[in-house]
Design a protein around this ligand. Structure first.
Ligand SMILES: Cc1cc2nc3c(=O)[nH]c(=O)nc-3n(C[C@H](O)[C@H](O)[C@H](O)COP(=O)(O)OP(=O)(O)OC[C@H]3O[C@@H](n4cnc5c(N)ncnc54)[C@H](O)[C@@H]3O)c2cc1C
Length: 397
């Protein structure tokens, strides 16, 4: 990206600040991820440092704690964070719950929860999916029955990322069985410490504990914790999904491609450097070009956001591109490692720690990410479902 002199100055200042703000410990912690999310400790430590500078949520409107930076400045900031090896931030609070509350929360909910999201005092998880209700989310059956000023919630949520760490959940519940499925859904903010909630771990293919099943047994939730009107939760849910699907994935993807390139430049097969191999070069070039296309898609969504518009179906397309590219990039990394990928299968990992082990001599390993990222084409909307969205809303089929 060609930068104006003002943006170049901004970039230099950000680079300088990040150098001062990031300890060596935090930089090395940025590798501590075997799956979808950064490990919680380093992520929250970094979020608190960012928040002390007012930089925890650059995309939020300034009045709620955003930075007021331009679109380009936010993009530069994200790139510089990856370049400086900053730990990734957990999106459920900052990227999902926050924008949802800004768009649909009451004045009291915004005043109470938004500062607590920025500071990390509250950690949120997302209670949408249920056994049997994933892609067909509107069929969900966790019931919330009115009881005076409260709802009594019964049912279960599944694949709930980081529920074991969260003290709050934003959840979809059924408040009516009348009419169309979508019409009987409400949106609740649930305190995870309420009696009747049980969180059970689900260990993923890479041996990490990030997912859970959450059970609700006569859980009392005050009605003031409902977002929007009763039975109007589906509108809020759809709004939030647009934010969930959008990410600046190309930045992370570039980092993976850099690692693949570095590794290929150090790997000799049959006396030839792998980076000179035609088959490798073709695959690598295709991935690099498609990453540039992804960057352009991200810019499109960002420009909508900065004009105060919703991301719309563009965020579904961008998630589709990103998740499939990530899987191909990991696959190329595993191909390059060849035999050396094997020792990093889950059996060789310290089960449940979420920590990526050190790789072969050069410290590069792809196996845990390769395995974990299989879920990228499922979580937050599967590729098939996203293609359906594109067919319906963009191609009008
Ligand atoms: C790592 C991970 C983290 C997650 N975190 C969370 C979380 O924090 N909170 C939360 O609520 N949920 C979470 N999820 C759940 C996720 O949103 C669902 O897995 C996803 O929506 C798919 O639903 P499902 O698993 O029920 O699969 P299904 O909906 O049963 O889909 C099974 C298969 O059928 C295909 N399919 C389904 N419907 C159609 C259709 N109409 N046309 C064509 N093909 C179709 C799908 O593409 C898929 O291949 C997470 C999932 C993963 C993998």
């Amino acid at each position: 990206m060609l930068l104006s002199s003002a943006d170049q100055k901004f970039q230099t200042e950000i680079r300088q600040s990040l150098t001062e703000m990031l300890s060596e410990e935090l930089r090395s912690a940025s590798h501590k991820r075997s799956s979808l999310w950064q490990d919680l400790e380093s992520s929250m430590a970094w979020q608190r440092i960012l928040n002390s500078k007012g930089w925890a949520a650059p995309d939020w409107p300034k009045e709620y704690g955003g930075t007021g930076w331009t679109l380009n400045q936010r993009y530069i900031f994200s790139k510089e964070c990856v370049r400086a090896k900053a730990p990734a931030l957990i999106p459920m609070s900052l990227r999902m719950c926050g924008p949802m509350l800004i768009g649909h929360g009451s004045a009291e909910q915004k005043a109470h929860y938004l500062p607590r999201i920025l500071s990390g005092d509250d950690i949120w998880c997302q209670g949408y999916s249920e056994p049997g209700s994933g892609s067909d989310l509107a069929s969900l059956s966790t019931m919330a029955v009115s009881d005076g000023d409260d709802y009594i919630v019964n049912g279960t949520k599944i694949w709930t990322s980081y529920a074991q760490h969260a003290n709050m959940m934003f959840a979809l519940v059924r408040t009516s069985k009348e009419g169309k499925q979508q019409q009987g859904i409400s949106f609740l903010l649930i305190d995870m410490n309420t009696p009747g909630i049980t969180v059970k771990p689900i260990i993923n293919i890479a041996g990490a504990h990030e997912l859970n099943q959450v059970f609700f047994d006569d859980v009392r939730v005050p009605k003031i914790n409902r977002v929007a009107e009763e039975n109007e939760g589906w509108t809020v849910a759809k709004y939030l999904l647009e934010f969930e699907r959008f990410s600046m994935g190309s930045i992370e993807l570039r980092r993976t491609l850099d690692r693949v390139e570095k590794l290929a430049a150090e790997t000799v097969v049959d006396g030839k450097l792998l980076s000179n191999d035609v088959a490798f070069k073709q695959k690598f070039a295709a991935l690099s070009i498609e990453t540039m296309v992804l960057e352009a898609s991200e810019q499109r969504v960002l420009s909508k956001l900065s004009a105060g518009k919703r991301p719309g179906a563009a965020s579904s397309l961008q998630k589709l591109q990103h998740s499939e590219l990530v899987q191909r990039a990991d696959e190329l990394g595993v191909d390059v490692l060849g035999y050396y990928a094997a020792p990093h299968q889950p059996e060789a990992l310290d089960i449940g720690t979420n920590v990526v082990p050190v790789g072969p001599e050069n410290g590069i390993t792809f196996m845990p990410m390769y395995l974990s990222n299989r879920m990228k084409t499922i979580a937050g909307g599967s590729s098939e479902v996203l293609r359906n969205v594109a067919a319906k809303t963009i191609l009008r089929l």
